[in-house]
Design a protein around this ligand. Structure first.
Ligand SMILES: C[S@@+](CC[C@H](N)C(=O)[O-])C[C@H]1O[C@@H](n2cnc3c(N)ncnc32)[C@H](O)[C@@H]1O
Length: 240
């Protein structure tokens, strides 16, 4: 499926005929049988997911069926084999090919560090476990493989357990640029590449942990002056 119009049309098709992926286990309370995100997020992803795109998502659902329809190479990570079986059954009944979709079953914090991902990713969707710090873990491991210019979509950022630290970091780090979203989801353009293992000193400008940041030159000069002054004043005060 190549043209954008067809990728967008696929969203209408799947939203009108939802895959009942989350009908048992801990996820079973989805009112429509599947936990899904906003149509606008799927539309944003459709614009990025041309047929040669390489993508990865944590979590499974409507998005997984859409990635399959969009035709790129896709990896879906979910801890639930039942979700995989239901997705396969839904797609099988409708003639949707899963030939280019690989399912990795297990919690993402276990699967991602060992995942063989030889190609760089164009798109990452973080929508798996929503407890702190799983979104950070997913972002960290998955986005190491995101190419420069690739897109990371973080869903459910209205939940503090998802957004805490991660969104403030991405908003401040010059290596990420927000390119879409609303209060429920954000999309970021990655401007760097390679490992996300960083030297904390390189993140001084982020102001995330200002109390631990090394002082600037100006602050260091002021601090030296303050110490010198108090060293001179202390003996005078002691004489009183
Ligand atoms: C909100 S649903 C995903 C919805 C999907 N992205 C969509 O748009 O339809 C969350 C998914 O994350 C999965 N999940 C929960 N804990 C997980 C974990 N530790 N690692 C990976 N996936 C997890 C759930 O089984 C479920 O499939």
């Amino acid at each position: 499926m190549a043209p954008l119009e067809e990728r967008l049309a696929a969203i209408d098709t799947v939203l009108a005929d939802l895959p009942p992926v989350h009908t048992s286990g801990v996820m079973q309370h989805a009112p429509t049988g599947v936990w899904q995100t906003e149509r606008a997020a799927y539309e944003f992803l459709a614009r990025c997911c041309h047929e040669n795109a390489v993508s990865l998502e944590t979590g499974c659902g409507v998005s997984t069926v859409l990635f399959a329809l969009w035709g790129g190479r896709h990896t879906c990570i979910t801890p639930s084999q039942e979700e995989v079986d239901r997705t396969r059954a839904y797609c099988g009944d409708r003639g949707i090919s899963l030939d280019r979709v690989e399912f990795a079953v297990g919690p993402s914090d276990e699967v991602l560090p060992t995942l063989k991902q030889p190609e760089l990713l164009d798109v990452v969707l973080v929508d798996g476990g929503h407890a702190f710090p799983l979104a950070i873990v997913d972002w960290y491991y998955a986005c190491q493989k995101l190419r420069a210019g690739g897109i990371a979509v973080i869903d459910d950022i209205q939940l503090p357990s998802v957004s805490a630290s991660l969104i403030s970091f991405l908003e401040q780090d010059p290596r990420w640029q927000r390119v879409g979203g609303d209060p429920k989801w954000h999309a970021y353009h990655r401007l760097s590449d390679g490992s996300l293992r960083d030297e904390w000193g390189l993140q001084v400008g982020l102001g995330i942990f200002p109390e631990h940041s090394p002082p600037s030159r100006g602050q260091a000069v002021l601090e030296r002056l303050r110490r010198r002054m108090s060293a001179r004043i202390r003996p005078l005060l002691a004489r009183r």
